[in-house]
Design a protein around this ligand. Structure first.
Ligand SMILES: *Cc1c(COP(=O)(O)O)cnc(C)c1O
Length: 367
């Protein structure tokens, strides 16, 4: 049985008429760059996240960068994050002129370990970026407490966690700002590139809106040196249609994760994802751990089953960050996870038969 890692076509087929009509409307109104379809989505998404504002931007990497700029992070500052994330998190830090500082993660949730946070804070620290990896939120309670005690800003990297919750609070609503990617493969995916920053801070929202539009206070009057970081109209229209379906897709992902768990939890040689009692996991990625993840990936591939590795090399060991002088062993939990993790196919439309085929291939490889 053929099981792709992700299938964007089935989802499009189920929404075809709605999406096509929404795109046609954008063309009829020639609302291509920013404009009313982006504004409409911003309002729906802010309300989905329980925040006062959503600021649409070009992609998730830009969302992080715009939030850092908006919060006043500048050259010479330090920003604390984790080594087991997509490089966009630290690219945004680097391009704000600041230096990323890593702390290791909790071995159950793969998220920032709050017990290690305080030791990483220096007089230069300006902000903390917890990443809600794979769709599960970091332990925000202690992270916020430490941040407030030290006067630090918190930016949630919620690029993998649309609709996830921490003690009933939506992802993006707890920190000073929450950043989302709408890359096509994310839980809420555009038909192209898009991202957003959510916040309930009116001044921050106003500053980010100005920055993303060339620092304009009004047309051709520039109060600051900004950038072109606008979301395009087609993406706003598509995302507004898709947001209405996101809760159902999230339930589909959670049901599929439960089916995987039911067939794989307790099998010797692998461990399945741990859902922390504090929150709701939205399973952007369903990653298991096994000693020989390369071998298992190859065996699954031979049976027509795709899988992935998120992420094979932690950021502190990437060539791009070699100048920081880190070495193997600096962040042992992140390194161990990188070596052992294998992401199984995960999307709402996966069938029970496909999940059974994946689970049986995993068990077959171990046996
Ligand atoms: C996808 C992702 C990003 C970057 O988003 P883009 O839209 O691809 O720029 C940032 N952080 C994390 C954790 C991501 O998964």
């Amino acid at each position: 049985m053929n099981v792709p890692f992700l299938d964007l076509k089935i989802q499009y087929q189920s929404l075809r008429d709605e999406i096509n009509a929404a795109l046609q409307e954008v063309m009829d109104h020639t609302a291509f760059a920013g404009g009313k379809y982006v504004e409409r989505f911003e309002q729906s998404f802010a309300s989905f996240c329980g925040t006062g504002h959503a600021v649409g931007v070009g992609n998730g990497t830009e969302a992080l960068w715009v939030a850092l700029i908006g919060l006043g992070v500048k050259p010479g500052d330090e920003v604390i994050t984790v080594p087991n994330t997509f490089i966009a998190t630290t690219e945004a830090i680097s391009f704000s002129g600041a230096t990323p500082v890593f702390v290791d993660v909790n071995e159950d949730t793969y998220n920032m370990d709050p017990d290690l946070l305080e030791a990483a804070i220096t007089p230069k620290t300006k902000a903390i970026i917890p990443v809600h990896l794979y769709g599960q939120m970091a332990d925000m309670g202690p992270i916020m407490e430490i941040a407030r005690a030290h006067g630090l800003s918190v930016i949630e990297d919620a690029s993998q966690a649309h609709g996830a919750e921490y003690k009933g609070k939506p992802a993006g609503s707890i920190g000073d700002a929450g950043c989302f990617s709408f890359y096509p493969g994310k839980n809420l995916g555009a038909y192209g590139e898009a991202g957003a920053v959510v916040t309930s801070n009116d001044d921050l929202a106003a500053k980010m809106r100005m920055f993303r539009d060339h620092g304009q206070a009004k047309k051709y009057y520039h109060d600051m040196v900004g950038w072109n970081a606008r979301m395009d109209g087609f993406q706003g229209a598509v995302l507004d249609v898709k947001l209405k379906h996101l809760p159902a897709w999230t339930e589909g992902r959670r049901k599929n994760a439960a089916l995987y768990n039911w067939q794989l939890t307790g099998i010797e040689g692998i461990s399945t994802p741990v859902e922390a009692a504090y929150g709701k996991h939205v399973y952007h990625i369903y990653a298991i751990r096994t000693a020989d993840s390369d071998g298992m990936m190859q065996a699954l591939r031979e049976q027509g089953i795709a899988s992935g590795m998120h992420y094979p090399v932690p950021l502190h060991l990437q060539k791009a960050y070699q100048f920081m002088g880190h070495r193997e062993g600096d962040f042992p939990v992140a390194e161990k996870c990188a070596a052992e993790q294998l992401s199984l196919p995960m999307y709402a439309e996966l069938t029970e038969e496909q999940i059974a085929a994946v689970a049986s291939a995993v068990k077959g490889y171990l046996a």
